[in-house]
Design a protein around this ligand. Structure first.
Ligand code: AMP
Ligand code: ZN
Ligand code: ZN
Length: 417
């Protein structure tokens, strides 16, 4: 029990650690008591799933750890923009991964799941593994969007090319093997990325038997991870942050709106379709394309990129096409003459971040957290300053705030005076 004044002073010091500390010397963070930070992402797991009785291990963390009512994903509610926001604290507009697929005037096309997705020139800002390395900490990524690219001059000390065939249990085994490395090589920051729920929910629906199976597989792997920490006597010195990038909604393949019903394909080019379409008018046709497209249509809305809703913090990055179209929840945007057949989908995300179905979850436990606290909802840009705080390193410039977590952060002995 803390006297309010003591707690207030401590909070001020705590917040100052993120906001006003000078850069950590190379050995500062490395020389502090060895705590480990594990960042786990369960892609697409909606905020209403943890604590709902479907994933006993995650439910246990949820009951005992510090959790958020929910997390607001950044716009657009897609995997790559949001995972990279989580590790940089920057809105997609600022870190440059403005969509899973985009076009850059100088660099050309970026396709997140192809070779160009591993080209470091597309990835702006400073991911937390680079921030940690700058402070002398070893880092490892068991997959994470951006982790395969050389960004800001480096990569995690240990990383793997994305391989969907690796099961959650195999990924956990790799994480535990990293924790068994000799102290000098052992990573102090580790990510674990799990896409099995996202894949199953897209294919079969948010609560389909396949999606529920994926929840179980993931939950079993989480149990193995916790057991592995316990047998290594690392549980009490490990901060565990488990979260998702966005939620998921059920959709019907037939709920597709066609942009070429409104204007002929010859009048524009596109760099992405789906729930969020980026449209560039052909030269000389800007006014005509805008006249036909900007505004409300059946099942979607289009904006000039500089008049998008302010709450989305989106539209200043040059990679965002002049016109952005956003479908209503459940719908997606396509072309009738699209070269690829329409992919059958039962679940989808990419809908407006204000839709409760797009909400992500957050739970954390470990020595730096007060158990059992429920934080009000926050924007996912706040996660990066939290990670920097947990690693006891200086955060790079970012769009988030550590203040969000003040009620959930335990006082600690090494807070600087
Ligand atoms: P999406 O649902 O289109 O936003 O993207 C999520 C999917 O991207 C996941 O289900 C994975 O299959 C895939 N994915 C995730 N991380 C990577 C990565 N690092 N490299 C390639 N593909 C990835
Ligand atoms: Zn995702
Ligand atoms: Zn997805």
């Amino acid at each position: 029990m803390h006297l309010p004044i003591v707690r207030g002073a401590w909070l001020a010091m705590l917040l100052c650690l993120a906001a006003c500390s000078s850069p950590a010397r190379r050995d500062d963070a490395a020389s502090l008591p060895p705590s480990t930070l594990l960042l786990v992402s369960i892609d697409g797991l909606r905020a209403d799933i943890p604590g709902s009785g479907r994933m006993p291990t995650l439910d246990g963390l949820f009951a005992q750890g510090a959790r958020a009512a929910w997390v607001n994903p950044s716009y657009p509610t897609l995997t790559f923009p949001n995972h990279y926001t989580l590790v940089t604290g920057l809105r997609p507009d600022r870190h440059g991964i403005v969509h899973n697929d985009l076009k850059d005037a100088a660099l050309g096309r970026f396709e997140s799941k192809k070779a160009s997705g591993r080209d470091g020139r597309f990835w702006g800002g400073e991911p937390i593994w680079i921030s940690a390395q700058r402070a002398g900490l070893k880092t490892a990524t068991m997959f994470w969007p951006g982790s395969e690219a050389e960004i800001a001059g480096g990569r995690p000390d240990h990383w793997r090319p994305f391989n969907s065939a690796l099961t959650p249990d195999q990924r956990v085994a790799e994480v535990l093997a990293w924790l068994d490395l000799p102290a000098a090589e052992r990573p102090r920051f580790i990510t674990l990325y799990l896409e099995q729920y996202d894949v199953a929910a897209h294919a079969a629906g948010t609560f389909s038997p396949q999606a529920v199976d994926a929840m179980h597989t993931i939950d079993t792997a989480l149990a193995t991870l916790l057991r592995g920490l316990e047998t290594r006597h690392l549980r009490s010195s490990t901060n565990l942050v488990v979260l998702s990038d966005h939620g998921m909604a059920d959709v019907r393949t037939s709920d597709t709106a066609y942009l070429d019903d409104v204007l002929p394909e010859s009048m524009f080019s596109w760099s992405s379709l789906g729930p969020v379409a980026h449209i560039t008018p052909r030269a000389g046709l800007e006014a005509e394309v805008a006249r036909r497209l900007i505004g409300r249509h059946d099942h979607y809305t289009c904006w000039n990129r500089d008049t998008l809703p302010a709450a989305w913090h989106y539209g200043r990055n040059a990679r965002i096409a002049p016109i952005v179209c956003q479908s209503d929840t459940g719908w997606r945007l396509q072309l009738r003459r699209h070269p690829l057949p329409l992919q059958a989908l039962k679940g989808e995300h990419g809908f407006v971040p204000e839709d409760p179905q797009m909400r992500a979850f957050f739970v954390a436990s470990g020595p730096d957290f007060v158990p059992g606290v429920e934080l009000p909802a926050f924007d996912n840009v706040d996660v990066y300053p939290l990670l920097a705080h947990l690693l006891r390193i200086r955060a790079a410039a970012n769009d988030g705030t550590l203040q969000t977590f003040a009620p959930a952060l335990a006082p600690r002995a090494d807070t600087p005076h």
